[in-house]
Ligand binder design. Sequence first.
Ligand code: TRP
Length: 371
Amino acid sequence: MAEFKVTPWEVEGKIDYDKLVKQFGVSLIDESILKKFKKITGEVHFMLRRKIFFAHRDLDFILNEYEKGNKFYLYTGRGPSENLHLGHLLPLTFTKYLQEKFKVKCYIQLTDDEKFLFKRNLTIEQANKIAYENALDIIALGFNKKLTKIIVDTDYAKTLYKQAIRVAKHITFSTAKAVFGFENSSNIGQIFYTSMQAVPAFLESVFQGKNVPCLIPHGIDQDPHFRIARDVLPKLGYLKPASIQSKLLPGLLEGGKMSASIPNSAIFTTDTPKEIEKKIKNAFSGGRETIEAHRKYGGNPDIDIPFQYLKYFFEPDDKKLKKIEEDYRSGKLLTGELKQIVIEKITKFILEHQEKREKAKDVIEEFILRD
Ligand code: TRP
């Protein structure tokens, strides 16, 4: 079995999700949870059906409370070091869907402080500027203006810091070391940072003066932060935040996740149709070397990256996806043809996204929390 490593700042190797679930101690999303979703919202989102969002902590509690009339709020976030790519849009798109279905509030944290502390060549001014660029993409996804608040850490520091130090007081250096692998040479801002990421998980309870359940949709790599938050928040009198974890969108190249630091592995929201076409054409394929061999033996959609993008994001219709999958496996559908389908879908999505992103400039201030 190939080795892999998943931390909030580093993902290496081919991830074995079953192993990761055990390592992290999260629960798999099972039939009873899917049934609950169906009962409450009348449907099961394709990312749940396909186990893209596949694991959770206390999601059953969140849904049970909701059924009793006790609404939760959503919290998710993004570390602004680069433009957004499709991998980042995955949890954000799903969060927006949850907001729409459950009609609940949502906080989105943009951690310019984190990226400044963890990236060698990023100034705080740059990270802050990128946060506002990323906010445009997030708004473009269609979050509800009345129910959504975006937090840029250094611009909401007065409120956040007061709460973060309450969290920090309950985290020892040895815990931070054990959970994140810090060393004596790690800067002390990094060691403190997890307290900042914990704050939006109880901020609504602070504002309302009573406990409000919190659900955090996120890529599974962020779970270590929330393990700590779940340990500390009850000590401050708050509920443990619940969470729902997604798999990480594979990168365009063989192995590894989509990563902004490897530009050829990622499709960015700012890419042009030409760039998208080129990147998909170069993407790792499960097709055969020659057309003859492909027709004879068929392709392998399980390892084919363009096919994965249909599955994770761009073909919500199970029947259509299945047909593409079967045609590819049988050799009826060629690699070039599959890639063409994916290029068209992604290009259409990105062009529409870019228009919405322009419009977001008019309303961005209404989303940003300031103190
Ligand atoms: N640390 C996250 C990142 O680097 C950003 C983040 C902050 C976040 N709060 C979150 C992500 C809550 C998911 C959920 O991307």
